[in-house]
Design a protein around this ligand. Structure first.
Ligand code: ADP
Ligand code: ZN
Length: 758
């Protein structure tokens, strides 16, 4: 045996665990972030007695090697020690708990609810900057020394010095003087500026982007007042209630949130406002910033350190309003008074990686525990939410009309099956006429096409060969310029050949229109008109999204072409025409929510038209004009769709009438993926049979290749379990998977209540 090994063993024979004589002692239960699922008990040694407490992280020896690992302490108890000796906690990581008792309870509940490991949930609710414990960041302040310059000052230097009459941060100085930060550094170097203390970084930096035009209205509409009262009534009595604001875009929902938050702050409490994605909802964030002084906006561009700063300010109660995407629900508000979720139907509220939680359910848990109102707002509430209202669990408030009385725009359906409505491109004659009408009337146009790129696939006219991604089961999308084939599954970029790689025939044809080609077509149809495109390809750089929207608002753009990005929470009074180029693009996906998503998207984007005094129209191009999702969206009658869709869901025991648990198995080896999916399915079926759950309507479907059967060189198989009662399903899964030994060749996931079915 090599020498170092024996030395190590010698070292390990030191008492990392403690033989106990006293029989009584203090035991800490800890959860590891990964590796071991089960909570573990450790003895708390006397010197650490005061420091080991729930919510702090500790170091514990693990396994035969007694390697030290960081773990979350979730409970501490004193009492009789067990027969077999316990190892002892080796040290404490945090000088204060990172997680409150309530957060510990929440994470435990989340782990059970979404069949995740408690440790991974604990990691997920704490921003990484918080876990990497560090000192608060201080920003140095500078002031003018008053010394005499050796040389004549440049105008920029003079401006900075003038601004530095009182201590300010370098950023502030640069902003106030219009000079660059380099000028500030230079002035420090030549001794004309000096450090004058420091401040904690934090809320100060989140100034509004620009002056806001949205003012507080003098009076609420009757519907708004009623909705606000429905929120304030439980708030006053410290009672939990979920209130759903179901109102078309422009019906004044955001104003109701704002005034509810106002009351929350007036009562000395804090509010959390969730939005689908910060960068897509700049207007909503601006309105909160403009109305309230201390708003923490938790967006994805924050560095871990900045996130930590915000987290500490919130925890210290120094921030009244927290606005953020999904994970902002975990903001450590000590005096929570209200939770708002705007656009509650958005799928981004469900996390796509483990733990696969839904922020709406988490919010309900927190709101119930804290006894505070939860407000869900949408023009197109999810069927889950609708159902809860119909059950009487939640209260629905309708805001049926637009504020200011503008009418919802008439919708014209263009039946693409009709030869008369076809054109050479993607814009039908009716749509072109609509665009012309809007432009001639001095209005703006938005065109929605939920497919980016130039052509959706490239095909050989001679042999039918379609260019596919070498590592995914997906056709390559043509992107211009450069004739690049990009895989929208894995992002792989290839140069598309001019001739067919299969039969060498010339001319590959470009099939299907993406936003790039649409933009080109529109430019061709309306020469001289200013067109811009908004999709993930054009919006890669930070701030480009806001710049484009600002330009559109300033009417420097006439036609905005884009993907669903343009359908979100935007308010442009001059938009007179909204065109939906291909309404049923997503209608036939292998997803039981395909119709719901389509209806939501078309309804949402249709609501962008005619918000101003000019009026507006909507043109919807579709090959399925009779589909309930399209019919309802065309009538601005989302509820009609809900009424037609609910019985279908009920018949199939799909949500909201049932629960779905989805398993996805991935492997380089197709056989291995298939076998493992089959093995899981067998185990599930056995459990279903043994527990008599089949009688309760529990079904196992599959395994089968997933709709995207290969992604990044991994074959994908999936299976699904369905039933009326989620708790029964979870129990079956726990029992069926408890002793599974996953082979190295596969990876697999469990997704409870999936929103992504591909
Ligand atoms: P939603 O969130 O439902 O889209 P908003 O709250 O953004 O609706 O309201 C739409 C527009 O009407 C905004 O410009 C808002 O400032 C304005 N508004 C809202 N409520 C009122 C009111 N009671 N009186 C006057 N204007 C209002
Ligand atoms: Zn690919």
């Amino acid at each position: 045996m090599p020498k170092h090994t024996s030395q190590r063993e010698l070292f390990e024979s030191q008492p990392a665990w403690v033989e106990d004589d006293a029989r009584r002692g203090t035991i800490a239960t800890v959860v590891l972030p990964d590796g071991v699922d089960k909570p573990l008990d450790y003895l708390v040694p006397e010197p650490l007695a005061g420091a080991v407490e729930p919510g702090r992280r500790v170091r514990v020896p693990l396994g035969r090697g007694n390697r030290e690992r960081i773990a979350y302490c979730v409970a501490v108890r004193s009492g009789e020690l067990p027969q077999q000796p316990l190892k002892a906690v080796a040290g404490v990581e945090d000088d204060a708990p990172l997680l409150s008792r309530r957060m510990l309870d929440l994470t435990k509940w989340m782990a059970d609810r979404w069949l995740a490991r408690w440790g991974e949930v604990l990691e997920a609710v704490l921003p990484s900057g918080v876990r990497a414990s560090r000192k608060p960041r201080l920003t140095p302040l500078f002031e003018a020394t008053g010394g005499n310059p050796a040389r004549k000052l440049t105008p920029a230097q003079a401006a900075v010095l003038a601004a530095a009459a009182e201590p300010r941060s370098a950023d502030d100085l640069a902003k106030a003087s219009g000079a660059s930060r380099a000028v500030v550094s230079r002035l420090v170097k030549i001794g004309l500026l000096r450090e004058a203390g420091a401040v904690e970084k934090g809320v100060g930096g989140s100034a509004p982007r620009k002056p806001i035009s949205h003012d507080r209205p003098d009076a609420l509409s009757p519907a708004q007042s009623q909705a606000l009262e429905s929120i304030l009534a439980p708030m006053r009595t410290g009672r939990h209630e979920t209130i759903v604001l179901f109102g078309v875009t422009g019906s004044g929902k955001t104003e109701v949130y704002l005034q509810a938050v106002e009351e929350t702050l007036a009562a000395g409490k804090q509010a959390i406002v969730l939005v689908p994605e910060i960068s897509l909802t700049p207007q909503t964030c601006d309105r909160f910033r403009a109305r309230f002084g201390s708003v923490a906006v938790l967006h994805s561009h924050l560095t871990p350190a900045e996130r930590h700063d915000q987290w500490r300010l919130i925890a210290a109660g120094r921030v009244g309003v927290v606005v953020g995407a999904r994970s902002a629900i975990f903001a450590p508000t000590p005096r929570l008074g209200l939770i708002v979720i705007d656009e509650e139907h958005e799928t981004s509220f469900k996390q796509a990686t483990a733990p696969r939680y839904h922020a709406r359910d988490v919010a309900e848990w927190i709101a119930r525990e804290e006894g505070v109102p939860l407000v869900l707002g949408s023009a197109t509430p999810s069927l889950e939410t609708f159902h809860r209202c119909m059950q009487g669990d939640w209260k629905m408030c309708r805001l049926a009309d637009r504020v200011g009385g503008s009418q919802l725009p008439p919708v014209i359906n263009v039946d693409l099956r009709d030869p008369k409505s076809r054109s050479r491109g993607a814009v039908s004659p009716r749509l072109a006429a609509g665009i012309k009408w809007a432009l001639d009337s001095g209005g703006q146009v938005m065109l929605l096409l939920n497919r980016r790129g130039f052509a959706t696939h490239v095909q050989c006219r001679a042999c039918g060969h379609t260019a596919r991604c070498p590592q995914c089961d997906l056709a390559l999308t043509l992107h211009q310029p450069g004739n690049r084939g990009i895989c929208h599954g894995c992002g792989l970029v290839t140069r598309l050949p001019a001739n067919c790689p299969d039969c060498s025939a010339p001319h590959l044809v470009h099939r299907g229109t993406g936003t790039q080609r649409l933009e080109e077509e529109v430019r061709g149809l309306f020469p001289g008109v200013r067109v811009a495109r908004m999709d993930t390809d054009t919006m890669r750089s930070r701030g480009s999204h806001e710049r484009t929207l600002d330009a559109f608002r300033a009417r420097e753009i006439d036609i905005l072409v884009g993907t669903q990005m343009i359908a979100k929470g935007l308010d442009f009074p001059s938009v007179m025409l909204v065109g939906v180029v291909h309404a049923d693009a997503a209608l036939h996906l292998a997803d039981f929510r395909a119709a719901e998503r389509t209806c939501q998207l078309v309804t949402q984007v249709a609501g962008r038209s005619g918000r101003g005094t000019l009026g507006g129209r909507v043109v919807v191009q579709t090959s399925t004009p009779d589909h309930p999702a399209i019919v309802a969206a065309a009538k601005h009658d989302y509820e009609a769709f809900v009424r037609s869709e609910l019985p279908i869901r009920q018949a199939l025991v799909y949500p909201p009438f049932g629960c779905v648990v989805r398993f996805v198995v991935r492997s380089i080896d197709e056989q291995a993926a298939m076998n493992w999916a089959g093995h899981i399915a067998d185990r599930l079926r056995k459990e279903v049979a043994a527990s008599g759950a089949a009688a309760a309507g529990v079904r196992v479907l599959g395994p089968a290749p997933a709709p995207i059967a290969r992604l990044r060189d991994r074959f994908r198989w999936h299976l699904q379990m369905q039933g009326g009662d989620g708790d029964i399903l979870r129990d079956i899964v726990r029992r069926a998977t408890a002793t599974l030994q996953t082979p190295d060749s596969v990876a697999w996931i469990i997704d409870v209540d999936p929103v992504e079915m591909l």
